[in-house]
Each structure stands twice: as structure tokens, then as C-alpha cells.
Design a protein around this ligand. Structure first.
Ligand SMILES: [Zn+2]
Length: 256
């Protein structure tokens, strides 16, 4: 509120898993705001290393806060609660993986044709569904003519252009950071981590957040994880699920 440490989050929440995750996501943003609000960072550069970093920090907190050891540590679920890795990974994949073709494909390409390629006004909806089919493999149950404008039902289309490209990139970065934290700092399996109380994890994240945009995002990523931007960590994380799905889908033909 005052470029110092007066921070607030105005949210209309319900007590369920989705909002629990979102609350941690928003807290990630807030800690980022507070970290780069320091005398070393000029006011104009008090933002994420790039826009995706801001989302990555938030989503990283969201992912970490829903893993079982963290929940057990806070007494939110009993240690005896049964979890099924495939089920958990399927749920996470529906959140993080299937989101990518939508975010970086459908949303971003529709915006690109609309803003940069003079998409004709009588093809706005046709273009949307062409991209939905191409990237998500979905066709509408009934014809969606130009009397509809389905893209405009997505709030970011009308109030926050290009944000979905950031979200897509943020998921790639978040898995890189999580992989590093799990394996190199906590020495834990990335699927079942507990960040709680780890000063080393706090210092690692604070180092990334403190310079804000005053340091190049590529340098930050390379320095902190030893890697360039890469989907390697994300692919690794979902490898057990890939193996399961390959087995389940053996012999099936893909048609559309
Ligand atoms: Zn966010």
C-alpha cells in the first residue's frame, strides 16, 4: 500500500483446497513485494525478475503447501491419511500440465492474432475454436457462431493481456525452483516435501526475490539453479504419471 511493508490481500475465499492453494499463491506475491522493497532496488525496478517470476513464486508456495508432509506438519491432515501417488499426480497434472497448451497456445495465440495480426471481426469466435481444437483437442458440443464471443468469457482476455503467457512460463520456472529446493536443499523427494521451518529454503527464495527486476531473470535462474529455462524438472516430476498413462493407454489410437 505504501511501497514499504504495509501489505494486504483482499480475497473472497471459501474454506476448501482450491482457496487454500490460492491463498498461498497470493502470499507468494506478497513476500515478493516485501523482498524487493529495499533501498538497493530503485522504485521502478521493484517488480518480478520478469512477470512470470511473480506468478512462479506464488504457485511454488501453492504447490509446496499442498504436499502431504507439510500438511501433516501443520496438523491439517493426519499422518495416517492414505494418499495415492497416481491420483495426486493426476490432480496436479490437470492443474499444471493441461494448463500449458491452453495458456501458451489458445490464449496467447488468440491474443496475438487479435492484437498483432488484424484478426477480422467476423472470425473472432472461429479463430478461438480453431485454437481450442488444435491445442486442447476439444470441439464445442454445438456450433459456436460469430454471434458468440467465447474468448471474452475469459476475464484476462479483456482485462489483462498476455498474462497467460506469463502463467505458462511461471509453471516451468516453478518446477525448476521446486526441483532444486527438494533435491539440493532439503534432500527430499520433490513429490513429498516439507519447506516448513527451513531457513535455507527461505534464504534461497529471498535471494531470488530481493533484487526484483534489477537483475536479469536469466542470470538469476542460472545462478540459483545452475540451469537455463527448461521443462526438464517438470517432465521429471510427472515421469511416474507418464509411465502409468503409457501403460493404461497401450494399444489405444488417438483420433480426432
Ligand atoms: Zn498470481
Amino acid at each position: 500500500m505504501d511501497l514499504e511493508n504495509d501489505v494486504r490481500s483482499l480475497m473472497s475465499v471459501e474454506p476448501n483446497t482450491e482457496w487454500y492453494e490460492t491463498t498461498h499463491h497470493e502470499l507468494g506475491h506478497i513476500y515478493y513485494y516485501m523482498s524487493y522493497t529495499n533501498p538497493e532496488v530503485p522504485v521502478l525496478l521493484r517488480s518480478g525478475a520478469n512477470r512470470a517470476y511473480h506468478e512462479a513464486m506464488g504457485s511454488l508456495m501453492g504447490l509446496a503447501a499442498t504436499q502431504k508432509p507439510f500438511l501433516v506438519g501443520l496438523d491439517l491432515v493426519p499422518a495416517s491419511a492414505k494418499t495415492d501417488q497416481t491420483q495426486t499426480l493426476l490432480k496436479e497434472a490437470l492443474n499444471y500440465v493441461t494448463f500449458l497448451p491452453f495458456a501458451s497456445g489458445v490464449m496467447s495465440e488468440w491474443e496475438n492474432s487479435f492484437y498483432a495480426e488484424n484478426l477480422p471481426p467476423d472470425q473472432l469466435n472461429a479463430k478461438w475454436w480453431e485454437l481450442v481444437k488444435k491445442y486442447q483437442g476439444i470441439t464445442p458440443p454445438t456450433a459456436r457462431g460469430e454471434n458468440f464471443l467465447d474468448p471474452a468469457t475469459k476475464t484476462h482476455i479483456n482485462d489483462d493481456p498476455a498474462q497467460y503467457y506469463d502463467y505458462a512460463l511461471s509453471y516451468v520456472i516453478l518446477f525448476q525452483l521446486h526441483d532444486h529446493i527438494a533435491k539440493k536443499i532439503l534432500k527430499q523427494d520433490p513429490h513429498v516435501t516439507n519447506y516448513y521451518g527451513s531457513k535455507e529454503v527461505g534464504a534461497f527464495l529471498a535471494d531470488i526475490m530481493r533484487p526484483g527486476a534489477s537483475k536479469d531473470w536469466r542470470t538469476v535462474l542460472k545462478e540459483k539453479t545452475g540451469e537455463d529455462l527448461s521443462a526438464r524438472a517438470m517432465v521429471d516430476y510427472f515421469q511416474p504419471l507418464m509411465a502409468y498413462l503409457k501403460e493404461q493407454n497401450k494399444g489405444r489410437k488417438y483420433t480426432m
